[in-house]
Design a binder for this molecule. Structure first.
Ligand code: FAQ
Length: 322
């Protein structure tokens, strides 16, 4: 090895050590800081998947805006769906600071190359599903996302602060929908239990594969992108929901769910990882419908983007002339 190559190797390993030391000291990494290519790619992968999830996640709930039972419920649901759009936009902006364009990310989604959360490939069959999504899906999202407010990458962590505040409101509105149904008549109580039965296991799967089958967790923990493992967060979620479901007078559809005094946690039954794999590989109940709806919405919105661009260009010409 030539002296020049040796010096270059030594310098880059010193830079890499310095980077990890910053992470270990909880110093935030900002867009202009040096970062290993793998760190940048991991963040682009996770943040863009997260952004896509927020955007595709609008579809199952949007389905019920026209059928919400009261005007107040309709207004709340519209606000919630709009919040999810906002979350998607903050997250795309945050990913853009890593050098990827929004168009590239959206293209990857539309071509079926980028993942989004498995949960949004399930259908919303009744009004109670709006409650179950808020309570369980937003509940799982918060459990996973509050630690992301302390992620090592500044723009991601800062975006997560506002997102988590809004998700917290979403979770409560969902629980309240179920609470009202749980105090209703026999048909309403059945609808409530049925929604919990259908959304429980897909929500448990949202946390991703078990730690020993998760290719990214160990490195993401070293880089403090993730602060807890998939299984740690899943366990917390099960523990919280096992308590909350009692307030509804309902049950979680898991005969193996039992408090384990020694572990100080709930034990729970096996997860159907085959179903999870099918869903993330594009074969869930609604994958094709969701992607087609996204592609159509993007094409239908082309004139808005063109008009906004033309307006911005016109303004900039006027400003220069003034
Ligand atoms: N669905 O090694 P890991 C929301 C993939 S937002 C699909 O464990 P990682 C708000 C994973 O990407 C919900 N794919 O990976 C809302 C990887 O594939 P790749 C979204 C999944 O990244 C509520 C492979 O499996 N939240 O709900 C899933 O370390 C209501 C191996 O997995 C976020 O995105 C899954 N569930 O950990 C909106 C939070 N799980 O890329 C509307 C940020 C895993 O190698 C209505 N993301 N995979 O091809 C994260 O925290 C992490 O990315 C995990 C996965 C925990 C999701």
């Amino acid at each position: 090895m030539s002296t020049f190559v040796q010096i270059t190797v030594l310098m880059s390993s010193a830079i890499e050590t310095g980077f990890q030391e910053k992470i270990d000291q909880d110093i935030r990494i900002e867009p202009r800081d040096w970062m290993p290519e793998a760190y940048r790619k991991t963040l682009i992968r996770q943040i863009s998947q997260h952004a896509h999830s927020e955007i595709v996640g609008m579809l199952p709930e949007a389905n019920w805006i026209t059928r919400a039972p009261t005007l107040k419920r309709k207004a709340t649901l519209i606000a919630k769906v709009q919040d999810e759009a906002g979350h998607g936009l903050y997250l795309y902006s945050s990913a853009e600071t890593l050098g990827v364009s929004r168009e590239e990310m959206i293209d990857q989604l539309h071509q079926g190359k980028a993942k989004y959360s498995s949960i949004f490939n399930y259908p919303t069959l009744t009004w109670a599903d709006m409650g179950a999504i808020g309570w369980l899906v937003d509940g799982a999202a918060i459990m996973n996302q509050v630690p992301l407010c302390r992620a090592s990458y500044g723009p991601y962590a800062r975006a997560m602060v506002r997102i988590c505040r809004e998700e917290s409101f979403h979770q409560r509105q969902g629980f309240e929908i179920l609470l009202v149904l749980s105090k209703g008549n026999e048909a309403q109580r059945r609808m409530c239990q049925d929604a919990i039965d259908r959304w429980w296991w897909p929500s448990v799967m949202m946390f991703g594969p078990n730690d020993d089958a998760s290719p990214h967790t160990a490195q993401s923990m070293r880089w403090k992108i993730k602060r807890f493992t998939n299984d740690e967060l899943r366990q917390r979620f099960v523990d919280v929901c096992a308590g909350q479901v009692k307030l509804l007078g309902m049950h979680l559809p898991d005969p193996d769910l039992v408090w384990n005094e020694a572990r100080q946690h709930y034990d729970f039954g096996p997860i159907d990882w085959n179903e999870f794999r099918e869903v993330i590989n594009g074969n869930g109940p609604c994958n094709k419908e969701r992607l087609a709806a996204r592609v159509k919405a993007h094409a239908d919105g082309a004139w808005v983007r063109e008009a906004a661009l033309a307006h911005a260009q016109k303004n900039s010409i006027r400003e220069k002339a003034a």
